[in-house]
Design a protein around this ligand. Structure first.
Ligand code: GDG
Length: 743
């Protein structure tokens, strides 16, 4: 596995520890916890000693599942630490019930799985959620040391990253959500105060991970709509911090399931199971008891299958394993009763003295019998109504040592994005599931093998260790690039150096972009007028004989002339199509092809009609389509369409498409800011060159500068510039200081 990094420990934080404590006759008993997070993640956690983390044991922090008597807490902590590398968050059962069975499972769980009619919106549940997140925060703060990497898991602790960030501004913090993140239309059903607090809480992390691209997009969309924070390629800037949001589909411990299935005792157990069930075809259903898992529909579909395909009666059984879960929540109790009744009804209706159609167990199975059952089953029926990922589907395929068996999988499970060789079903359609069972039972053996092999390759490659490793590498990698970027930020020592070099220079060239660099963007480009302070600063700059100041802009020359013409500046307009020396007139540098305007305008016009709020700006040698005023998603979609149409149109012409800050522009391919400033670079022996710009077009300028030039990108993102300032205001502050040195 990966290189050992200079990191002390990984602190994993989740609601429950991988081990649950029970007390029987005064004795504490330790047993494995149930559920996707624990069963999946434990493999990674247990492998840690040999991987990325070194020096000391990593720690898993969470609730141990029981109120521990204060007198026993020391002892329990020691046992958990020594035997399980775990550290307990001591909370009494009443508090935990209010939290776990309250906001977690009466609000977040139903809402995030699109069961909004089951969702409770109660203030006291929210207050309890906040309070327990605070207790976790205290617990982590007590354990964390500088250098620790903190990885928080799941929907119970969505406020924790933000709370920890306040206490530990520099700690590397990751967060992974194991359930779906819903579409904005669903998320916004939460009172705004709660929704905003959850998003802000999550954004306390450096890296936020989801199972699928859809969840990632939904999250980013909610962040944009509710907090007003836009993202660039999944990166959200929060003041000095950058948060990355990305997709990491969780894998399973493939080797564990595959190797277990190959063990002779498991093969024997699997054969025994088959014989015991009368050598009938076995359809397997394994889930925690949960309304999201679609157990009721699955049972109805099995009944419909027996009715529609009577030839299969007595030849097939449904092995229904339901694992107890969230026993205190009302819906779960009534669901349990309803499953019991449905199973009874089906068995009563179809069963015979020799055949029980649904073999039902309401209990947790240890790993070996579970794998034997996976291995013995001809079909796995995994039909959740909504599921973040679903690991059972993956485990079933991994346990097919002989590659025989068919996975029927709900298209509403995150796993459907990867397990493309499963037979997909809509879990809401009982008819569709029933028909698919028949299709699966008749699938030829070779086809089953082909499909399973293909999925096994994927599962073996993207297993849980690789999943976790990628997440951690991404988390540390982005911290590293943030650290590198920080060394480029014009502040402190670096700022003083630039000011000093400026002051000491004999002859200076100062190249300044206009929009986004000297003035903020305005919704209407004609409103981005320079204010008095900027005009004064520019005036002071040009007053010095030592300075050549060039405004290098994409703006039309008329606008530049009107706004800045009274100051003796050199000016480049329309990305270099026009040039003006400070004491000269405007010269045209580029000749546009004939008829270009009459060809381009109708294309732009069409998109203005399609996207109300977008508009055209016509210049001498270019045409710009602005879409800044339009809502992001719809605008991005149209902009992408138009971009490709324009790229196609310009293919064999001298024209070029330019993508700027919420604009698309057509210009001559020879006009660019780099070529435009070349005459200045060729002409004089400057001993100080400063260039600043915020947009892609400014990159052409940065690229042509000599290595010693002081190039400054305004805002974040990939750049060829040597240095960075966070904002346009920051750059104007620097400019004011340069001028200050001038006085
Ligand atoms: C959440 C998300 C996401 C179940 N019964 C037994 C047993 N299990 C194990 C399975 C599997 C795990 O529990 C269940 O995981 P799932 O992914 O299917 O579902 P959730 O518990 O709802 O998990 C889910 C997951 O987190 C991970 O991110 O995939 O979408 O809801 O590993 O094997 N294990 C044993 N006996 C049982 O009776 N040994």
């Amino acid at each position: 596995m990966g290189n050992k990094l200079d990191i002390k420990r990984l602190l994993v934080v989740s609601n429950r520890l991988p081990v649950t404590i029970d007390k029987k006759q005064g004795e504490y008993i330790f047993k494995e916890s149930v559920g996707g997070l624990v069963s999946g993640f434990s493999a990674y956690f247990n492998s840690l000693q040999d991987t990325t983390f070194s020096e000391e044991d990593s720690v898993w922090i969470g609730w141990p599942g029981i109120s521990v008597d204060p007198d026993d807490q020391q002892l329990i902590s020691e046992r958990l630490s020594q035997e399980f590398s775990a550290s307990p968050v001591f909370l009494d059962e009443v508090t935990m019930d209010k939290f776990y069975l309250g906001f977690c499972n009466k609000t977040i769980w139903p809402l995030f799985h699109y069961f909004f009619s089951l969702t409770k919106f109660e203030d006291d549940l929210w207050e309890q959620y906040v309070a327990v997140n605070k207790v976790f925060c205290e617990a982590v703060c007590q354990i964390a040391r500088p250098g620790d990497v903190i990885w928080i898991h799941d929907y119970h602790l969505m406020l924790l990253p933000g709370m920890l960030r306040e206490r530990m501004p520099d700690a590397p913090i990751g967060f992974f959500l194991h359930i779906p993140f819903p579409d904005y239309e669903i998320f916004r059903l939460l009172p705004r105060r709660w929704g905003a607090a959850i998003l802000e809480g999550l954004l306390g992390a450096d890296l936020i991970g989801f199972h699928t691209i859809d969840y990632t997009q939904y999250f980013l969309n909610s962040v944009a709509r509710i907090l007003g924070l836009a993202h660039t390629l999944g990166r959200v800037r929060l003041g000095e911090r950058m948060v990355r949001v990305d997709t990491f589909p969780m894998g399973i411990d493939f080797a564990k399931y595959n190797n277990t299935a190959k063990q002779p005792r498991i093969i024997r157990e699997s054969e025994r199971l088959r014989r015991m069930l009368g050598d009938r075809k076995i359809i397997l259903s394994v889930d925690r008891l949960d309304y999201t898992k679609g157990i009721a529909n699955r049972l109805e579909a099995f009944a419909l299958f027996l009715e529609q395909y009577p030839q299969w009666q007595e030849k097939v059984i449904l092995a229904l394993i339901v694992v107890p879960s969230r026993v205190g929540v009302d819906q779960y109790q009534s669901m349990k009763r309803s499953i019991d009744e449905t199973v009874g009804r089906i068995n009563g209706r179809f069963g015979t003295l020799r055949w029980v159609p649904v073999v039902y167990q309401y209990r947790y199975l240890p790993l070996s019998p579970l794998v034997a059952l996976y291995s013995a089953s001809d079909i796995a029926l995994v039909t959740p109504l909504r599921d973040g990922m679903n690991l059972v589907a993956k485990e079933y395929v991994a346990s097919k040592a002989d590659n025989q068996g068919v996975l029927i999988l709900s298209e509403m499970a995150g796993a459907a994005k990867e397990l493309d060789q499963a037979i997909m079903v809509n879990p809401n359609s009982i008819e569709e599931i029933a028909g698919t069972i028949q299709e699966a039972l008749e699938m030829p053996a070779e086809e089953q093998q082909r499909r399973n092999k293909s999925m096994q390759v994927l599962l073996a490659k993207y297993d849980v260790i690789r999943w976790a490793d990628l997440f951690i590498k991404q988390l540390l990698g982005m911290r590293e690039s943030e650290r590198k970027a920080a060394t480029k930020i014009v502040a402190g020592q670096l700022r003083n150096t630039i000011l000093r070099e400026y002051k000491m220079a004999r002859k200076r060239l100062i190249l300044l972009d206009y929009d986004g660099t000297l003035v903020p963007f305005a919704n209407d480009p004609l409103l981005a007028v320079p204010d008095d302070c900027l005009l004064e600063n520019l005036q002071s700059l040009v007053t010095s004989e030592q300075n050549d100041v060039v405004i290098v802009s994409g703006r039309g020359r008329d606008t530049l002339q009107e706004w800045l013409g009274h100051i003796p500046l050199h000016m480049i307009a329309e990305h270099g199509a026009w040039r003006k020396r400070k004491s000269g007139n405007w010269e045209k540098i580029i000749d546009m092809p004939p008829d270009w305007r009459s060809q381009v305008l109708p294309i732009f016009q069409f998109y203005v009609d399609l996207l109300p709020g977008s508009f055209i700006e016509e210049k001498d040698c270019s045409i710009v389509w602005h879409y800044r005023r339009v809502e992001k998603e719809i605008a991005d979609f149209r902009a992408n369409e138009l971009k490709w149409e324009l790229i196609n149109f310009t293919l064999h012409t001298d024209l070029q498409v330019l993508e700027g800050n919420r604009i698309l522009e057509i210009k001559h391919k020879l006009s660019n800011k780099g070529a435009a400033i070349k005459p200045w670079l060729d002409q004089a022996d400057y001993d100080f060159i400063l260039a600043a710009g915020d947009d892609k077009t400014d990159e052409d300028l940065f690229a042509i500068l000599p290595a010693e030039a002081c190039s400054i990108k305004v805002g974040m993102g990939e750049t060829k510039a040597k240095y960075i300032v966070h904002s346009q205001e920051d750059f104007c502050g620097l400019l004011a200081d340069l001028v200050g040195h001038e006085k």
